[in-house]
Design a binder for this molecule. Structure first.
Ligand code: DX5
Ligand code: ZN
Length: 213
């Protein structure tokens, strides 16, 4: 089965973002956009205006990972800017999780739900069959280039246990390289995010292809 590889532009050069998108574009279907607000995670990255500009320079599917508090408040803005899929964190949506899923769906966008390393699959079990994608974090969200937490990857099996949807996308994000990616795909993941592994590679095509096995 082919794996959806989603390069994270967090590891790209933001002063040369279009060029860095063009470097991965021929080899992947998706692009991963990490949005951080300095509250939900201890870092600030990019937001709506950058997504809007990215939309103008590529037709890649824009896989938008919101690491922000109160995600429902920003769904319309990210949809208007050109997101194709919006993933939010269950730790941030609190008692508005269902409403957030419905809001994203009402905009005819794909919806993903994500859990941080310390959050169990139990917390999202009621939502797994309502979303298009589950994103399992294998690092504490906030920064690229961190070490893969292998125990978190075991959650893949649990998500599969609850899922009744054979098309469910199970995406892994954090510390992915050819070795850790293989651990995840062997456990049943079908989408991998990689930032530093792809953008720091001397041969980007080779690095991307090494993840799809
Ligand atoms: C981390 C972000 C990731 C990050 C991954 O909070 O969600 O998408 O860019 O970076 P690497 O692949 O370097 O771990
Ligand atoms: Zn991410």
């Amino acid at each position: 089965m082919s794996i959806i590889i989603s390069p994270s532009i967090l590891s790209a050069d933001f002063a040369n973002l279009e060029a860095d998108i063009k470097r991965v574009e021929p080899f992947v279907p998706w692009l991963h956009i990490d949005v951080m607000d300095g509250h939900f995670v201890p870092n600030i990255s990019i937001g709506v205006p950058v997504l809007k500009s990215v939309r103008k320079c590529t037709n890649l599917f824009l896989d938008t990972h919101l690491m922000i508090e109160n995600p429902i408040k920003y769904v319309d803005a990210f949809c208007d800017a050109g997101a194709d899929l919006i993933t939010f964190h269950v730790e941030a949506s609190k008692d508005e999780t269902l409403k957030t899923i419905e809001k994203i769906k009402s905009r005819n966008k794909k919806v993903g739900i994500s859990i941080k390393p310390k959050t169990s699959v139990e917390e999202i079990k009621d939502y797994i069959n309502l979303v298009d994608m589950v994103l399992i974090m294998t690092v504490e969200p906030g920064f690229g280039g961190q070490k893969f937490m292998e125990d978190c990857a075991q959650k893949i099996k649990e998500v599969k246990k609850y899922s009744k949807n054979e098309d469910l996308i199970i995406q892994i994000d954090g510390g992915i390289n050819d070795m850790t990616g293989k651990i995840c795909t062997d456990l049943g993941a079908n989408s991998l995010v990689a930032g530093s592994y792809i953008y720091n590679a001397s041969d980007i095509e080779k690095a991307i292809k090494s993840l799809d096995k």
